[in-house]
Design a protein around this ligand. Structure first.
Ligand code: GRF
Length: 212
């Protein structure tokens, strides 16, 4: 069975959605860059080894990245899963796990890379927002896209209501993407990911909805 290590920074709801998804993979460890991440306790409560490599203990980004990689490699994972991991990782780290490093981002990439995605979506007045699972490359939030989910942006939305709507979809698509990954179904061709699902039903989301 393939082994995965999950990296978190906080609450860990995406991590829990992965742990609860019954994936054909062993979660070897959960590692946080913050000792106070509530997700660490949630992982331990499910019997998963969970520990912190506190980024503030390291003088440079490179030193932190190296310590993190060393710890990850102790668990010999096939894949490393970023689930609400809020530190930018340097090129050495990213290249060490090239093709084996997945992230979830709360926007429909390539729109709104970086932080404060829900706030920016509201400011821009987009009518459809969402989330993206992608491979991690040197360019922030720009790696090959595995799966996306779109949600409508409603007139009464606040950052919080929009974030909640998107998060619900994050919890659906991330475990599915990891299932494909650990089952060897994902093939990266240039900047595209082929999944090879024949005859998938394709819906159309129009927001605001119009009668057909
Ligand atoms: C998620 O929206 C994730 O996409 C973003 O930060 C949030 C983390 O939530 N990067 P959680 O820790 O998984 O609950």
């Amino acid at each position: 069975m393939k082994r995965i290590v999950i990296l978190i920074s906080g609450r860990g709801s995406n991590m829990l959605s992965i742990l609860d998804a019954n994936l054909p993979a062993e979660v070897a460890a959960v590692i946080s860059n913050r000792r106070d991440a509530p997700g660490l306790a949630s992982a331990r409560a499910r019997g998963i080894e969970a520990l912190a490599i506190e980024h503030r203990d390291y003088a440079t980004r490179e030193a932190f990245d190296a310590a993190l990689a060393e710890k990850i490699d102790e668990f010999s994972p096939d894949y490393v899963i970023l689930a609400g991991f809020m530190r930018i990782l340097g090129n050495d780290f990213v290249n060490r796990y090239a093709g084996r490093l997945l992230n979830i981002h709360p926007s429909l990439l390539p729109a709104f890379p970086g932080t404060a995605t829900h706030k920016r979506a509201l400011e821009e007045g987009v009518k459809i927002h969402g989330c993206t699972v992608h491979f991690v490359t040197e360019k922030l939030d720009h790696g090959a896209i595995v799966i996306q989910a779109a949600v409508p942006v409603l007139e009464a939305d606040t950052e919080e209501t929009l974030a909640t709507r998107v998060l619900k979809q994050e919890h659906r698509i991330y475990p599915e993407a990891i299932r494909w990954l650990v089952s060897g179904r994902l093939k990266i061709e240039g900047n595209r990911v082929c999944i090879g699902i024949p005859g998938m039903p394709m819906g159309t989301l129009i927001s605001p909805e119009i009668p057909c």
